[in-house]
Ligand binder design. Sequence first.
Ligand code: ARG
Length: 464
Amino acid sequence: MNNENKPVKPWGGVFTESTDSRMEAFSESISFDKRMFEQDVRGSIAHARMLADVGLLTRDEFEAIERELLEIKDRIARGEFEFSRSLEDIHMHVEKALIDKLGDVGRKLHTARSRNDQVSLDFRLWIRDAIDKLDALLTDLQKSFVGRCDGDFDVVVPAYTHARRAQPVLAPHVWLAFVEKFQRDRERLADCRKRVNSLNLGTAACAGTSLPIDRTKVAEYLGFDSIVANSVDASSDRDFAVEFAFDMAQIALHLSVWAEDWIWQSTVEFDFLKLPQSFCTGSSIMPQKVNPDALELIRGKTARVVGNLQSLLMLTKGIPLAYDRDLQEDKEPIFDSFETVAASLAIAAPLVAGAELKRESISARLDEGYLDATSLMEYLIRKGVPQRAAHGVVGRLVRQGIESGKALAQFPIETLKEACELVDESVYDYLGALNAVNALKSYGSSAPEQVRFQIDSWKKKLGL
Ligand code: ARG
């Protein structure tokens, strides 16, 4: 028996007891799935339009349903819609509001459809929109990096391996390394979008329906590229969400690597970068502090995005076919990852554009750390010395340099000749970080003409 003052549940008949309020509180998803209201209404209108196409609704009934659904959507958007946790989710809220207005006509909307259908449809539509938003944010960040490249073209910086000075590169070469990573993130999202953009609706609870529905039409109305071919699969599938959670985790990881790099490079110890103060905060006790909080938060928030991926992996492990209520737990991690990653990207773009390279302090120490050692080794290889032998020669010279406090370029020609008789005066064209960069040649290297080519092609790709 249902309580008089409680909204009637759509499962009515078989129950003789009303739902315990503790169960309602435990079971509700409206508090978080209400954000899919626009997608829910969009999906219902497409479904109703198809029902009219195949004669399960009259045109007049469809038009009344469409009009009321749009009105409900506007009411929710304006904040004038009353939510109640006794109506579990967004699907029940929208349908109940429709029935309140249209009576029996409203009761026809759910023909040949289940909430298992609806929840997956709404989630697919929501993720599809989210992917498009992330793509735009990633593009903005790529533009910030590429936008720096011309201005920073003449700056040579150390590239590091094992956090030790390795080889010299042009600063834009590093910027474009991030651009490439974010491009792969965009490609991954685009690939995920193909699987998200497959219509599940029309599989009813799990077996399909005996009613004459037309899924092709619904796919067309909602802009889906394909139709899920198996109703049991459609009802149980959340791969698309797991995949999206991974794609977002990978974006967060890339952002975290960048944040870590820039945190260290903007320290007094490095003194390579000045972060825009508008994206830093101070200390309440130490007046000198300008802290890189934006970068630290981006790095820190990566933890929850990775955690959300972990949640989805565990959630979808070993639940029996087809839909199980466990799957209600899929949304909060996805919503949280999206909000976190979108907010991080939105902060990263202006931060990248607003930072300044500290050219003087970078160049003052550029010839420390033997960044040109590989350049000298390759010079010897070009002179005919086998690589392993050349490596040994340069290694001994570096040891001598460390002992005498000299850079390789500061050695007189006699010392260099003593180390290897094939050396001549031209060796100095390859010593020093600047010369070492200019000597680079291979495709994808930091050779200035390679970097120029890459900058120009990125500008073209990004419409800059
Ligand atoms: N609130 C549910 C969810 O988010 C909707 C689907 C419920 N289906 C069901 N058969 N109980 O997953």
